[in-house]
Design a protein around this ligand. Sequence first.
Ligand code: ZN
Length: 385
Amino acid sequence: MILLIILFPASIAAAQPAQIGRISLGLNAGLTRLVLEADRPLAASLSNAPGGLELELRLENAVLALGAPQILAAGVIERLDSPASGGSLRLTLLDTAVVDRAFLLPPQGEQRHRLVIDLLPADPAAFVSAFASPVVLPLTLVPVAPAATRQAKGDNRKLIVLDPGHGGHDPGAISASGRYEKALTLGVAQALAKKLRATGRYRVVLTRERDVAVKLLDRVEFARKREADLFLSIHADSLAADRATRGASVYTRAEDATDREAEALALRENRADQLADGGNEAELDDVVAILLDLASRDTARLSRRFAGLLTSALAEQKLPLRRNGLRAANFRVLGAPDIPSALLELGYLSNPAEEAVLFSETGRNQLAEAVAEAIDRFFGAASTP
Ligand SMILES: [Zn+2]
């Protein structure tokens, strides 16, 4: 991999300059993402420019095939423009920052080769030392943190990200007696976090600890930024037309839903974003979608494996499961290409008996017990398959 990075600029050096036809900026979870799109893979370096809060992005054998200088603003980037001579771009920053990730994406659909650069706000000292010598881009060829980075952080325990669905002005499903899905999901996630932390085997973080709205892709980025080992989104369903339906289901992500009910559920859950606060994530959404296509088969396989272990553990706890309790649909929140992810629908708030159980301490603990068991099995901490 490292050899390839070094060879990249050399291998295109003799060729015609790459034509950069599109530049976009996106924002998510505190990261500012700059994407340069060209007809061939780009190589570049980023270094301090004399202006203090300015960086020069020097492109290797590439020219801008764009008309006017690009002036954009987002996140830590105040403006981005191109000096008269092609081959470099000037980034004027609002705040000191460092390069968090920088990677190449191959052509996908209408999009061509992309160089993706993520900037993360940092203190002035970190900024100065980060760019003391030019930062060669891309940093990696694939947008996945190498194992070495994880080890360097000192705590090798698996990191579990629990994602309590909905929050803030998005209540999620509403029960027969008027209780909210957002409260149930947070309560179950907190009980589960407590149980997992008590084993001493895991680090556990929640995408929200309070009653606040969080966008779906921010939940995904939250887990990716922390290099989570497992992502579990927790929800509950409601079926106004049929108060008798009950039981849990476990979902993984697939472009094509396994059935119409799963497809309709994913549409409902994906709608949460329309209720969350506004913000410009269109660009990023696009990039995340492409990243998803790059997902290793391994991640998909591991997600299905975890989902299978979870349905078994729920059944063993004598918790009610839907028939076909293991399904797939296109849930945006399961969009991390490099983290095994599943979505647990705890049950039906439209069923008064199930609502009572789900909101009880006993019910919550039983669910937490089952999920913790499945996590133990997934990471090999328990002997039973
Ligand atoms: Zn939900």
